[in-house]
Design a protein around this ligand. Structure first.
Ligand code: ADP
Ligand code: MG
Length: 585
């Protein structure tokens, strides 16, 4: 994708405002750079003085010492300038990384349906690094080139206008050609970075599901696919390199050609007596001064092209829509009518309608079960209640208030969700349990563990609650993970607890105990349990049957058994398992 002029204008403006935030450091760095360049420009003049004294019998000690001093001072000043720029570059990266992490964690859930996580990761890792290199590497070069160009041009013009014209003509010709090549390099670099993003995303997906990859014997296919991503990045990289390699020889031809021309013209002028040898030497030194940083200019422009490509990707991530409600209100502590209501809710993830006209009510301290075939839209209902998405039509009301008017985070304090596939986070069992309620006390934790029947497990652990779980320590079974997640939700003391198939990984004994526990829980808060085990379903005061994105009927087990075909089918086809059929299977 070639960058448009509009893109690069926006890119440069954003870059400028980034640097503006580090202005003290940047200004100091630039001051030192200017000083270093000036010290450099004095050197040919001192050389000229030195050559003029040769053979006159005057002492050379002073000009040699001055020259040595100029070299030393220039080196020191430039080193300090570079250090400051590196620091500024790191500072810019740090700020961007923090902003990116914050933005990604706040982004609407829908953003993660569209963007691959790995690609987002590479924007935080790789792209910020590219940007740092640009800030640290390119500005010294640009400023040095600009100043040296102006300084040397003036001095060369002063020494010999004719030879100066020759040098300028060659440089302008070379610059026009190089500018054309640079545009191509930027496009190729952007493609290469996009390739790296795809590769990271695919690798992340494969490693995240490494067991499935192994079980399907897909290692080689994944290696090939990810290798193909890498090759795409390689191809764009090679294209950038090919264009880049053209620039060097073009510059060299221009440089050496003009050097030779200047030498020839200079020789003629010296023999005519229009120019001293020392002035010719100084002119040639300035000519190299003008040309050497031009090579630096090339690398600086390359860095900037790369940097702008990365900046664009970073800004895409920074502009991901976040969860935010203007003038968001706190959820009411009490209200009239039901705790939660879905009123004629329709929703689609993209083209296809997933929910149509869903209406249901969960009273305060109510216990509602939801059943339906896989794909009926049950998880989507839970996602809408948790406000991962907002409905396209209709509304979700919490104590009579449209949840779109409520602040996301304070609303979610009232509505806890245990997902179908319950992940553990890093850290100890205690960290996992108190993730939603960091201040939970020991007693509360014990009680939650008892409720989900995990207290005996914890008693058997060497470090008890402080045992590391997940990747680095104790491996929990699916059922145990689910119960940890339920305990985590209970500890947050929500008004409404959403459980998405909490029993899918439990054996029947645990399941029966959990059903009992849920009855206890239902005295403390409202429950919506998406379930497929009969004991959990029957314990509910009311059952909602979902079918094809609609509520097909509602009622008690007996009512539905007598009057709802879908419900009977679910039972008959063992999609709702009775304890007997679960034991048989
Ligand atoms: P259930 O939980 O009843 O099995 P879901 O609510 O998970 O059903 O899914 C309902 C429909 O929506 C399914 O057809 C599913 O493919 C689709 N779906 C679910 N999540 C997403 C998503 N994040 N993006 C696109 N489609 C989705
Ligand atoms: Mg589901």
């Amino acid at each position: 994708m070639a960058a448009t002029a509009e893109d690069s204008r926006v890119g440069y403006r954003d870059l400028f405002s980034l640097l503006l935030e580090k202005r003290t450091t940047v200004v100091w760095a630039l001051t030192l750079t200017v000083l270093g360049t000036a010290l450099g420009l004095l050197q040919p003049l001192m050389t000229m003085r030195l050559i003029d004294r040769v053979g006159t019998g005057e002492s050379l000690v002073v000009p040699v010492l001055v020259l040595a001093g100029l070299f030393l001072a220039q080196a020191c000043v430039e080193a300090m300038g570079q250090y400051l720029l590196d620091v500024a570059g790191e500072g810019v990266v740090l700020r961007l990384r923090k902003n990116l992490v914050n933005r990604l964690l706040l982004a609407r859930i829908g953003a993660f349906d569209r963007q691959r996580v790995g690609d987002l990761l590479s924007r935080v890792g790789t792209d910020t690094t590219v940007l740092r290199d640009m800030v640290a590497g390119s500005f010294v070069q640009l400023v040095t080139v600009a100043l040296t160009a102006v300084g040397t041009a003036g001095l060369m013009l002063w020494i010999d206008p004719v030879m100066f014209a020759v040098v300028i003509a060659t440089i302008v010709a070379a610059a026009v050609v190089v500018a054309g090549v640079m545009a191509g390099i930027r496009g190729a670099t952007e493609q290469s970075l996009a390739g790296v993003g795809t590769m990271t995303a695919d690798l992340e997906r494969a490693l995240g599901n490494i067991r499935t990859v192994r079980a399907c014997r897909a290692e080689n296919r994944e290696t090939e696919r990810i290798g193909a991503d890498a090759e795409e990045a390689y191809a764009s990289g090679v294209r950038a390199a090919r264009l880049g390699s053209l620039v060097g020889p073009m510059m060299e031809v221009a440089v050496n050609g003009s050097f030779l021309l200047v030498l020839l013209i200079g020789a003629v002028r010296v023999s005519n007596g229009d120019l001293t040898i020392s002035a010719l030497v100084a002119f040639l030194l300035y000519a190299t001064y003008l040309v050497m940083p031009l090579a630096g200019l090339f690398s600086a422009v390359t860095l900037i092209q790369r940097g702008l490509g990365s900046l664009k990707r970073i800004q895409e991530a920074l502009r991901l829509p976040v969860e935010a409600t203007a003038d968001a209100a706190e959820p009411p502590a009490r209200g009239h009518g039901p705790l939660l209501e879905l009123r004629d809710v329709s929703f689609s993830y993209g083209e296809r309608q997933v929910l149509s006209g869903v209406s249901l009510q969960i009273p305060e301290h109510g216990y509602l079960a939801m059943v339906g075939r896989s794909g009926a839209g049950k998880t989507t209902v839970a996602s809408l209640i948790e406000r991962f998405y907002d409905p396209a039509h209709g509304a979700v009301l919490f104590r009579g208030v449209d949840v779109r008017k409520l602040e996301h985070r304070s609303y979610r304090r009232h509505v806890a969700l245990v997902e179908q596939h319950t992940p553990l986070l890093y850290g100890s069992l205690r960290d996992n349990l108190t993730y939603a309620a960091p201040d939970a006390g020991e007693d509360a934790i014990r009680e939650a563990l008892r409720t989900v029947n995990l207290d005996s497990l914890v008693r058997g652990l060497p470090d008890g609650l402080d045992t590391e779980v997940g990747e680095r320590g104790l491996r929990l079974s699916g059922g145990e993970r689910q119960r940890v997640a339920i305990a985590r939700a209970l500890l947050a003391e929500p008004d409404l607890l959403l459980l998405d198939e909490p029993t899918s990984q439990l054996d029947t004994i645990n399941e029966a105990e959990l059903a009992e526990a849920l009855l206890k829980v239902s005295e403390r808060c409202s429950l919506l349990v998406i379930a497929h085990r009969l004991s959990t379903v029957r314990a509910a005061r009311r059952i909602v049957v979902m079918d094809g994105g609609r509520v097909s009927s509602m009622g008690t087990h007996e009512e539905l058994l007598a009057g709802d075909r879908t419900y009977r089918q679910l039972i008959e086809s063992h999609l709702i398992q009775s304890e007997m059929s679960a034991q048989e299977s």
